[in-house]
Design a protein around this ligand. Structure first.
Ligand SMILES: [Zn+2]
Length: 351
């Protein structure tokens, strides 16, 4: 069908005139909302198993715009169109036959099915056995029908009031944050580390620093904690041990990075950004004790929480609000807040 890449509003505009929906929104918001609501309802009601015509009531202002633009009534324009016989106007109703109505769903449903096919082909969800359809469009019989046809081996589950399911889920989650037991990592998360410079260093060129002990080290190396797409259980904790690098070190930075590339090698790689930094004090007298800091990263909640435990003194430092969900605008406009720290002697910043 020729018009299968356009939504219903644009299809109606082919008859009433380009931009008439925008004009209606400016001139009469009430009528614009009326027809928008009606179109939303019709999208859910169109039934691929029924030959019934789809009727949409056209507001009087849209009839007026049509007359002003074309000097003809909507009925006359439809009668002259090559879709005449498939589309008609009866009083204030615009009527579409089944084939035209179904074709207007093609673009939206194909986009959804293509996206789902990409998802189910991912190795991490290869054991997926069912598709749960939620949100207003999930109530569309056309979409339901096409999803079932496209995924014959998967069970398609559509809860009652699919349009309200997202809101109900959010409310349930608000009452009980334990409601969601696991998440999928949106980014690859990691820390930075240094190592002694040797001739066998295989990583890309990294900044080199000569420390107070006279040893030159490579800096800014990315250490992966969690790979993008991995499953994060609510209570699972990724641990790492750290130690002071030199005998005179009095504090240590524990930065956390989020990267859009699972194969990041350096923290300066494109797509890798600092999302938080925890600074903990180090007693130089404990240098000989080695890896005294046990660092735990909990990724499975709505916030990333980092806890640092000094295994000699028992001191514990912890952060909250280490936000793992980095939105694109935050990347362009980084902001900094002071974190709540259980032990006031530690400093932490979120970027
Ligand atoms: Zn190196």
């Amino acid at each position: 069908m020729k018009y299968n890449r356009i939504p219903i509003t644009e299809y109606i505009c082919l008859y009433t005139g380009t931009g008439t929906f925008n004009e209606m929104r400016r001139e009469s918001m009430e009528e614009y909302l009326d027809i928008s609501r009606e179109i939303e309802m019709k999208k859910r009601e169109v039934d691929p198993d029924s030959d019934r015509l789809v009727s949409i009531r056209i507001p009087s202002i849209l009839h007026q715009f049509t007359m002003t633009k074309h000097k003809k009534t909507l009925g006359e324009i439809v009668a002259e169109s090559h879709h005449n016989g498939h589309v008609s106007v009866s009083r204030d109703k615009f009527r579409l036959d089944k084939d035209i109505a179904l074709s207007l769903f093609d673009f939206a449903t194909k986009s959804i099915i293509d996206h789902l096919q990409k998802l189910v082909s991912l190795p991490s969800i290869s054991d997926c056995t069912a598709i749960l359809m939620v949100g207003g469009f999930s109530e569309s019989r056309v979409l339901q029908h096409r999803i079932r046809d496209a995924f014959l081996t998967l069970q398609v589950i559509i809860p009652q009031d699919a349009g309200l399911a997202v809101m109900k889920g959010a409310v349930n989650f608000g009452f009980s944050p334990m409601y969601i037991e696991e998440r999928i990592a949106k980014y690859t998360y990691g820390t930075s580390f240094t190592h002694d410079l040797t001739e066998s260093c295989l990583h890309p060129p990294a900044p080199r620093y000569t420390f107070s002990d006279g040893i030159t080290r490579c800096g800014g190396l990315f250490h992966v904690l969690v790979k993008e797409g991995s499953t994060l259980k609510l209570d699972s904790i990724h641990t790492q041990f750290c130690e002071s690098g030199t005998p005179d070190q009095t504090d240590a930075n524990l930065p956390l990075f989020a990267s859009e590339c699972p194969n990041t090698e350096l923290i300066s790689d494109p797509g890798c950004r600092l999302i938080g930094n925890l600074n903990v004090p180090i007693d130089p007298k404990l240098f000989q004790s080695g890896q005294i800091y046990n660092v735990g990263f909990r990724f499975g909640g709505t916030e990333i929480v980092v806890t640092v435990n000094n295994t000699i003194t028992g001191e514990e430092f912890s952060t909250s609000n280490w936000d793992g969900g980095v939105e694109p605008y935050q990347r362009q406009h980084p902001y900094r807040i002071t974190w709540w720290i259980r032990n006031k002697t530690a400093n932490a910043e979120r970027y």
